[in-house]
Design a protein around this ligand. Structure first.
Ligand code: LLP
Length: 418
């Protein structure tokens, strides 16, 4: 469900025609629907209302301050993986006690910042990190609340780049070594064990891998409790997929039913770190056709958005639906939708059947609300696109388009060159 729909052949975001956004804000531009964000967050969160839980939105999926603030007002927290994300989360007003911190490479500086902010929990990914957090906490006269991120070695059946819970992935501590690592953690003076954490991958379209991972975690938790290590928080990460094309991932309540069935009798606060399922279909990338051209073997539609704006098709071969914002009955043709960047890997779609377009037409690249803007870059010195939040019939620019001046901010020419 999302609020990007045609009304009389014009594509709207809620009650704003996308044409109006293209004219007023310019293209390329990210557009998010407030009603869709609220709906997705609420549906996910409510599916666990029967048990104590906290929904920590995964900031890496979409870290705009307005988006983070919105989820905070709905009772959500944040899953962060860097000092920068902690800074954003706090600036957006997310309370520290609703922040969990994962990631294999937390630096001393980042650890200190998170300790000072007194976040809910560090999800620790190695013994060395455990020692580092213990040491930093000791220096600051604090105790760090921790979970160990357990790598359960299950195959999430997703793109290899976004699969994280298999032995060959860099994430977490192998499930077979986890008990020992917990015993070691117990012996350290400046950490307090409160949880077990796990995140097996992203864009999962089946509950089976989640259930398999849970079974392994459950055994570990029982063993820990038996050894007097009490676990009050179980963080199940994120990973629930969305429909980009033909996928039919489990609905949040189906995911919740499967999870809760496995966890019967366990009295823990559950933590979830959903990203994509909340924001993915709540955002689009709006882009304008600059030119069209035909080579002997292909038709190209050259857009003003490129791989620096949305890298998912280039990086993972991901599919994003592309829709014209003005629907007219036009002949379809097979095209490659490409950007202005100087690489042949710069495409938004390949071999796609689209109605004939001409310069000035606008296209909406759908399902771009997750890992769209957050993965964008300045490659080819292209300023990053603005972000717009639509609420009913109002447009709010929640991030301005970058300027050329901003591109060179912080750069300097040393004296010997001047
Ligand atoms: N928790 C942790 C520890 C994670 O690493 C991730 C995603 C999430 C939660 C949120 O996962 P989600 O619910 O969004 O699936 N750039 C890729 C996705 C990378 C996901 C990385 N980790 C893409 O565009 O598909």
């Amino acid at each position: 469900m999302h609020h990007f729909q045609y009304k009389q052949d014009e594509l709207y975001c809620e009650n704003v025609p996308l044409r109006e956004i293209a004219d007023r804000v310019g293209t390329p531009c990210y557009v998010y629907s407030h009603a869709t964000l609220v709906h997705h967050f609420t549906v996910f969160d409510r599916s666990f209302e029967a048990v104590p839980h906290l929904t920590c939105f995964s900031a890496k999926a979409n870290s705009n301050l307005a988006v983070l603030r919105l989820f905070s007002t709905l009772g959500g927290g944040a899953d962060i993986v860097s000092g920068g994300e902690l800074f954003r989360a706090r600036k957006a007003g997310i309370p520290s006690e609703r922040i969990v911190y994962s990631g294999v490479g937390k630096s001393a500086h980042e650890i200190d910042y998170a300790l000072e902010e007194d976040i809910l929990m560090f999800n620790i990914e190695s013994t060395q990190e455990l020692e580092a957090i213990n040491e930093r906490a000791g220096r600051l006269g604090r105790r760090a609340r921790i979970a160990l991120r357990v790598n359960p070695d299950v195959d999430p059946n997703t793109h290899p780049y976004i699969s994280t819970g298999m032995q060959k992935n860099k994430f977490g501590i192998a499930v077979d070594s986890a008990f020992k690592a917990y015993e070691y953690a117990r012996s350290l003076g400046h950490v307090e064990i409160i949880g077990v954490d796990c995140h097996i991958g992203s864009q999962l379209t089946d509950v089976t891998p989640f259930v398999d991972a849970l079974k392994r975690l459950r055994l570990l938790i029982d063993r820990l409790q038996g050894a007097g290590i009490s676990i009050s928080h179980l963080d199940l990460g994120g990973g629930l997929g969305i429909t980009y094309d033909q996928e039919s991932p489990p609905l949040p309540h189906e995911y919740a039913d499967a999870v809760l069935r496995e966890l019967q009798g366990l009295s823990c606060t559950l933590i979830f770190e959903p990203g994509r399922v909340i924001v993915g279909n709540a955002g689009i990338l709006l882009s304008k056709v600059l030119y069209t051209k035909r080579s002997p073997s292909r038709n190209f539609v050259i857009m003003d958005a490129a791989m620096n704006d949305l890298v998912r098709p280039s990086l993972y071969g991901s599919y994003h639906q592309i829709q014209p914002i003005e629907k007219r009955s036009r002949e379809e043709q097979i095209v490659d939708v490409v950007g202005p960047i100087c690489e042949s890997g710069d495409f938004l779609a390949r071999d796609r059947s689209l109605p004939m377009v001409k310069p000035g037409d606008c296209l909406a690249v759908m399902s771009a609300g997750a890992y769209g803007f957050t993965m964008s870059s300045n490659y080819n010195s292209r300023p990053r696109a603005p972000e717009v939040l639509v609420r009913d019939d109002r447009i709010h620019v929640i991030r301005a388009r970058e300027t050329w001046e901003e591109l060179v901010r912080g750069e300097s020419i040393p004296d010997f060159l001047s």
